[in-house]
Structures are given as structure tokens and as C-alpha cells.
Design a protein around this ligand. Structure first.
Ligand code: OSB
Ligand code: MG
Length: 369
């Protein structure tokens, strides 16, 4: 597949609300939209999903910029690409930096689908025409605000509620929420805030009928999660711990989790995300698509990935208006009755709103490849 030029658009966007997690609070996002062009006027788009601080993984917007400019884009120069899967191989010589890799790989997947005149979902082998979505709610100082927020999102139709937790802001809040919403699918995400010493405390979640507890232990652990899973009934879902197919294979073999949250950026791209999906399908481990508070391009990639059949649980791909006053795609992502209709135009299926893109842009760098 011909590739001529790669452009990095550096954007700065402000979320409608500060998003609080156990690792810190995010409101201002700086990130890259990657545009890959061929010689026939096709443009593919990807989004690098790291944050400005290395709280969730070690990558940051600045490391993404460095690695894309100085290592990944030069690797594309003069290298023939038959299929987007080749990009994963090409990038293998660079260790880690999965979000930087995924941003470029995503743009090339979108370009590939557009060159073939098919949707990104179809190019990936996806089958769903609509996808179920949930919402991830940050830690809130006031329980009444949280209860109102949950109520508001349930009224909008979201199919499950994910609550961020941390030590001291966990059990009692979850108990209160469960009392108010006895039948709602609820899960909790700890973002690595606990250790194995908290097993007895985490065991107290057993009575709450949670769908799962996400990443309770260390960001790089699989062994202790396996020990914890033997102690508690709530299914463990791994997020931070899974960076690759092999991480997923090890976690399943060890019994570290019963569910996996797949994030395209965290695992280095759509090709690896699909391999993890296929493995999990084979092993009867359900998966769902996580979120990184993405703008429209990243959101569109998440939607396409979620059309694969083993994405059986609602993901964190909420609608554009949850996050942004204005998104960078046309139309914006809309959630109706907790579902998103998968777009049918080629590639990611949404158009880039060039005016919006420019209004958020703080840098732009072009490379011939
Ligand atoms: O752990 O899933 C997470 C946001 C930023 C970093 C990590 C996580 C999250 C979310 C929000 O939970 C997902 C979203 O709404 O995009
Ligand atoms: Mg998580």
C-alpha cells in the first residue's frame, strides 16, 4: 500500500470536567493526531493516547513526540507496506513506546481501509453493526454528586457504570451506590492502588455483586493478581498489566484475571489488540474496549475494534459530548440507549473537522516517507 507523507498534529484540548483517578487528575490533554497520506488523496488518521504525565504508563506526550519523530517515522521511509500488520513488525526493533507506535499504526490502518473502500471495522474482521457502551466516572468528593452523576448516565442509557476507587474512597461508596442502584451493572477500577496486603479488604467487595474489579494491584504485576483472584469472588479485570499478546497469555495461564480490558494504545496498535482478542476468544475470556479520554479519532478506532465478536462487555467508549464541548470529527460520536451505531463510511467512518482540528492545534510537523 502506497504511503507518501505523515503529518503530526499536536493538539491541546480541555475536558469538560477534571477526571479523578487513584493516580491523579486529568483535565487538559495534549496529544497527537497522526495523519498518513498516499499519492491519491487518501488520508488515514490515528491518535496517540498518552497523557502529559507518566501516571498511567511510562509514556507521555513528549516521549510520544520524540519516539515518533526520531525513531518510528524514519523506520517507515522507503519501506514497502503490504498490510498494516507489517507495521507491528517494522516497529518491533523499538522497545516499548506502545502508544507512540499505535498512533502511527492506527493512521495506516485507516488509510488501508480507505484505499480498499471499506470500513475500518470490516478491514479488522469486525461484525457488529452497533456496540454497547458504558461510562467511566472519576472519583468524586461528594457522594451525592456521584449518585446524581450515575443517575444521569443511566437515564442516558449507558449499559454499565464504572467507578474509580482508591483506598479510603472505596467500600463505603460502593455499598452506598449499590443500595441506590440494586440492579445496575457496576464495576470498580482501582488503577493499581492496592497491594496483596489489602486482600482482606478487597474480599469485602464480594457481597456487592460487581461485574469486576479492574487492576487492583501493581501496574506491572500478574503473579499477585493470580493470588488475589484465588482469594476473592469478584472477577479481576486487567488493564495496566497487559501490554502484549504474551502478557495476556501469561495472565490467562496464571489465572491473574477473568476479563481483559483491551486498549489499542497500551498494546501497541490494532494488530496486537486483535491478536489479544482472538486469544481471549479461544480461552473463553471476555474482553471490552477501554478508553483513554480520547478525542474523536481515537474514539472511532475504539468503535471499530469493538465490532469484533469477543467484545461482549460494554466498553468505556462514551459519546463525544461526555468529554468535549467540541470534538474534532463530523459527525460527533453519539450514544443512544447505551449503543453506538457503527459508521458505514470507509475507514474510521467519521470525517475530520479540519476547522476544529486547527483551532486546537499547537504544533504541526510533516514528513515525506
Ligand atoms: O484506567 O481505564 C482507565 C482514563 C484515563 C486513564 C486510565 C483509565 C481511564 C478511564 C476513562 O477509566 C476511560 C474513558 O472514558 O475514556
Ligand atoms: Mg483502567
Amino acid at each position: 500500500m502506497p504511503l507518501q507523507k505523515v503529518t503530526l498534529h499536536k493538539l491541546k484540548m480541555r475536558l469538560k470536567f477534571p477526571f479523578r483517578t487513584s493516580f491523579g487528575t486529568i483535565q487538559d490533554k495534549e496529544f497527537f493526531i497522526i495523519e498518513a497520506m498516499d499519492d491519491k488523496g487518501n488520508n488515514g488518521f490515528g491518535e496517540s493516547v498518552s497523557f502529559s504525565s507518566p501516571w498511567y504508563t511510562e509514556e507521555t506526550t513528549a516521549t510520544n513526540e520524540h519516539v515518533m519523530k526520531d525513531f518510528l517515522i524514519p523506520l517507515l521511509k522507503g519501506r514497502p507496506i503490504n498490510h498494516p500488520d507489517d507495521i507491528t513488525e517494522t516497529f518491533r526493533v523499538i522497545r516499548g513506546n506502545n502508544m507512540a507506535k499505535a498512533g502511527i499504526e492506527g493512521a495506516i490502518w485507516d488509510l488501508y481501509a480507505k484505499q480498499r473502500g471499506e470500513t475500518l471495522a470490516t478491514a479488522l474482521g469486525g461484525i457488529k453493526k452497533e456496540i454497547d457502551v458504558g461510562v467511566s466516572l472519576g472519583i468524586q468528593p461528594d457522594i451525592n454528586d456521584l449518585l446524581a452523576d450515575i443517575d444521569n448516565h443511566l437515564k442516558q442509557g449507558y449499559k454499565r457504570i464504572k467507578l474509580k476507587i482508591k483506598p479510603g474512597q472505596d467500600l463505603e461508596i460502593l455499598q452506598e451506590v449499590r443500595q441506590h442502584f440494586p440492579d445496575t451493572p457496576i464495576m470498580a477500577d482501582a488503577n493499581s492502588a492496592y497491594s496483596l496486603q489489602d486482600s482482606d479488604h478487597l474480599k469485602k467487595f464480594d457481597g456487592l455483586n460487581l461485574m469486576m474489579v479492574e487492576q487492583p494491584l501493581a501496574h506491572d504485576d500478574r503473579l499477585d493478581h493470580a493470588k488475589l483472584q484465588k482469594e476473592i469472588q469478584t472477577p479481576i479485570c486487567l488493564d495496566e498489566s497487559i501490554h502484549s499478546y504474551d502478557d495476556a497469555r501469561h495472565a490467562i495461564e496464571l489465572g491473574s484475571c477473568k476479563i481483559i480490558n483491551v486498549k489499542i494504545g497500551r498494546v501497541g496498535g490494532l494488530t496486537e489488540a486483535k491478536r489479544i482478542h482472538n486469544l481471549c476468544q479461544e480461552k473463553d475470556v471476555p474482553v471490552w474496549c477501554g478508553g483513554m479520554l480520547e478525542a474523536g479519532v481515537g474514539r472511532a478506532h475504539n468503535i471499530a475494534l469493538t465490532t469484533l465478536p469477543n467484545f461482549t462487555l460494554p466498553g468505556d467508549t462514551a459519546g463525544s459530548s461526555r468529554y468535549w464541548e467540541k470534538d474534532i470529527i463530523k459527525p460527533e460520536v453519539e450514544v443512544q440507549d447505551g449503543t453506538i451505531t457503527v459508521p458505514t463510511n470507509s475507514g474510521i467512518g467519521y470525517e475530520i473537522d479540519r476547522e476544529a482540528l486547527k483551532s486546537f492545534r499547537v504544533g504541526c510537523y510533516e514528513y515525506e516517507v
